[in-house]
Design a protein around this ligand. Structure first.
Ligand SMILES: CCCCCCCCCC/C=C\CCCCCCCCCC(=O)SCCNC(=O)CCNC(=O)[C@H](O)C(C)(C)COP(=O)(O)OP(=O)(O)OC[C@H]1O[C@@H](n2cnc3c(N)ncnc32)[C@H](O)[C@@H]1OP(=O)(O)O
Ligand SMILES: Cc1cc2nc3c(=O)[nH]c(=O)nc-3n(C[C@H](O)[C@H](O)[C@H](O)COP(=O)(O)OP(=O)(O)OC[C@H]3O[C@@H](n4cnc5c(N)ncnc54)[C@H](O)[C@@H]3O)c2cc1C
Length: 596
């Protein structure tokens, strides 16, 4: 398995050389080359981007050609057995020895071992290591180092290096995630990635960047990319589920009538059409986020880091919500396919195992929403002080006078309703924190006692952002479309708003003038819209334009030959090579004869 995935991965690498690392063509066809996650994913997904983001021009001139020409194969080793979220708690140390102008890397105890880095087990010969930087007896916190861990000729681990594979996981089982330990392992001073901080030959620490968190820049980049990856992943899953639902016939709602396509059941439409809408919503939001990200990078190149906090808050909540929604909706696609959705050959289990991992890696769901919440509470307090709000928080102004938003069930009205929910939930968090402080708690404890609400407020803010961006971008992009296309895309964006309004009626009742009658109207509009979308459902997933080689699904292939493909795959199973398994003769027969 590992050997095959390495071979397949290298075939794909030629595409990278021809098309360029961030080519949409490459990223959207790479999984046609191999059926699982590539051990080279971290090389291109984090090792190369970190060289670009954290190295000086001189260091880039040395390392980037080696990495892009695959003369070295890298990964990104930050997480340890004992710490993943709390980066400041990482235990691996890099202590500067001025007498030899080297850093000495150590993993002082078992919990300090690097754990999880993709490609680390058996593939990478270099890696970026996040270690606590010590010089002249002072700790300067986690910094990135480029470390060679294997001989480039023999691939043997270098002396002082302990490295291996971490073992089977729920998914990602070809990603070659590994562990790494250092025993007084020495690297040259120049292997500290010195764009944001430097150590001179005599061991003097020099802080270069104005913002203390630029070391974390690669994580922001990956979080931004993952939102787009989730749209793609969900689009594949719903293509499989809708096509299967058009082929599958089941039950007899009316006597003397043929079994209907399961896609004609309203409950099936309820399960699946939100998946189509969400794939569109996340794709449009990811493009908007990417443009925000590149804008902040441009500001930072001019020395201005003022827009970085909002980008960190946006990338954190959008990564958390897009991965969480995608995991849940891919599982919903699996549920919609009954037993055959549980077949590995449907590809839904693999899509789910990939998506659910993204909810954790690159920042755990809860932790990242709390990062966003930290920004929201700070913004509220700045608003109280009369300071200007950042663009994505402009809606907070409406809550300043505390008046309840009047409910309006137009698409724009629903978007404003979500703004009111987010503003209300953030305000409730601020009120809770202040109440705990007034009752004698310190700020940290007051914050902790409010974290359940803070996660909810961050989710509400993120939902409001997605709803607004989805609606605005749909309006912008369909302006030039034919009336028919515009009508269908408007139906999808309206479905998204109605779906989430119905999911969040409690919040809307609390923070707007929504009434029970309004809810009845919402439900009726939602159900009618499902029926309107039904005739275009297969066309909408065909429009995602996935080749069968990319879908890799017995249920979702374009020709609809589901049962034939299921049987073809079944007959390929090794157990079917012989009519009688040798286990019969070894175990079952003796058991039947009472001889065991
Ligand atoms: C063959 C070829 C195949 C490949 C095909 C080609 C593909 C090419 C392109 C593909 C591109 C992308 C896909 C890549 C996929 C890669 C797969 C990834 C695998 C997973 C990798 C990992 O998981 S790496 C490890 C990730 N780890 C984390 O994310 C850790 C999460 N934890 C945190 O981030 C921390 O909680 C924290 C740092 C956020 C908080 O810790 P701490 O308590 O120290 O901080 P505070 O809360 O006190 O905050 C301090 C202040 O700092 C601000 N802050 C925090 N983080 C950031 C940040 N990232 N940026 C900016 N600012 C930040 C925070 O806001 C606080 O500020 P103030 O409020 O002002 O104090
Ligand atoms: C498939 C996969 C691939 C990965 N690849 C890499 C890689 O290539 N390189 C790499 O460096 N890492 C990698 N990781 C590790 C990943 O980044 C971490 O697992 C992730 O950051 C979460 O950290 P953790 O595992 O320590 O969980 P923890 O942070 O220990 O989380 C455990 C629980 O504690 C909660 N929690 C933690 N902190 C707080 C808090 N402050 N407030 C409230 N609740 C909290 C979490 O919400 C969670 O419920 C990978 C992980 C996976 C699953």
């Amino acid at each position: 398995m590992y050997g095959q995935i390495v071979r397949d991965g290298l075939v794909n690498v030629t595409g990278i050389e021809d098309l360029g690392l961030t080519s949409p063509v490459l990223q959207r066809t790479s999984d046609a080359f191999f059926k699982e996650i590539s051990p080279f994913l971290l090389h291109f997904g984090m090792f190369v981007p970190t060289i670009i983001g954290q190295c000086t021009p001189e260091q880039q001139a040395k390392w980037l050609p080696l990495a892009m020409d695959l003369k070295i194969i890298g990964t990104y080793a930050q997480t340890e057995l004992g710490h993943g979220t709390f980066i400041r708690g990482l235990e691996t140390t890099a202590t500067y020895d001025a007498s030899t102008e080297q850093f000495i890397l150590k993993t002082p105890k078992l919990s300090s071992y690097k754990w999880w880095a993709g490609g680390l087990g058996k593939t990478a010969n270099h890696c970026i290591v996040l270690a606590q930087l010590y010089t002249k007896g002072v700790c300067h916190g986690p910094h990135p180092f480029i470390v060679q861990i294997r001989d480039t000729e023999t691939h043997m681990p270098l002396p002082g290096i302990k490295v291996g594979e971490i073992g089977p996981k729920l998914g990602f089982n070809t990603a070659d995630n590994g562990f790494l330990g250092f025993e007084d392992f020495r690297i040259p001073r120049e292997n500290l990635m010195m764009k944001n901080a430097q150590v001179t030959k005599d061991g003097t620490y020099v802080k270069v960047a104005r913002h203390g968190k630029l070391t974390y820049g690669t994580m922001v980049f990956v979080r931004v990319m993952l939102v787009s990856d989730m749209a793609y992943c969900l689009a594949k899953a719903v293509t499989i589920a809708v096509r299967y639902s058009a082929v599958r016939r089941q039950s007899q709602p009316k006597p003397d009538q043929p079994e209907p396509q399961v896609l004609d059941y309203l409950t099936q439409q309820h399960k699946l059409f939100i998946c189509i809408s969400t794939a569109h919503a996340m794709k449009l939001t990811s493009t908007w986020l990417w443009n925000t990200f590149t804008g902040v990078l441009a500001d930072m190149r001019d020395g201005n880091t003022d827009t970085l906090p909002e980008l960190h808050a946006l990338s954190s909540c959008l990564k958390a919500i897009s991965t969480s929604d995608t995991s849940a909706l891919i599982e919903q696609c699996r549920f919609a396919c009954g037993g055959h959705g549980y077949m590995y050959s449907s590809n839904l289990p693999a899509l789910y195992s990939f998506a659910t991992a993204t909810r954790t890696y690159e920042g755990d769901y809860t932790v990242l929403l709390l990062q966003t919440a930290r920004f929201l509470v700070k913004s509220w307090e700045q608003m109280d002080e009369g300071k200007p709000l950042t663009p994505t928080l402009a809606y907070l102004e409406q809550s300043r006078n505390g008046s309840q938003v009047s409910w309006d069930d137009s698409p724009e009205g629903i978007v404003r309703g979500f703004d009111a929910v987010a503003a209300g939930r953030i305000g409730a968090c601020v009120k809770s924190i202040r109440k705990h402080i007034n009752n004698g708690m310190d700020y940290e404890d007051a914050w902790q006692m409010t974290t359940v609400q803070l996660v909810g407020a961050a989710e509400a803010h993120c939902r409001a952002v997605i709803c607004r961006v989805y609606r605005d971008e749909t309006a912008r992009l369909t302006a030039g479309c034919s009336p028919g296309v515009k009508a269908v895309l408007d139906q999808l964006s309206t479905l998204y708003l109605l779906y989430w309004a119905l999911e969040r009626t409690g919040d809307l009742l609390r923070f707007s003038s929504l009434s029970e009658r309004d809810i009845e109207n919402l439900q009726a509009r939602y159900e009618a819209l499902l029926l309107k979308i039904r005739p275009n459902a297969v066309g909408l997933v065909d429009a995602f334009d996935f080749r069968d080689e990319v879908l890799m699904s017995t249920l979702g292939s374009y020709d609809g030959r589901v049962y034939e493909r299921l049987m073809e795959e079944a007959l390929k199973t090794p157990l079917n090579r012989e009519p009688v398994s040798d286990s019969f003769h070894k175990y079952i027969k003796p058991m039947m004869q009472g001889k065991l």
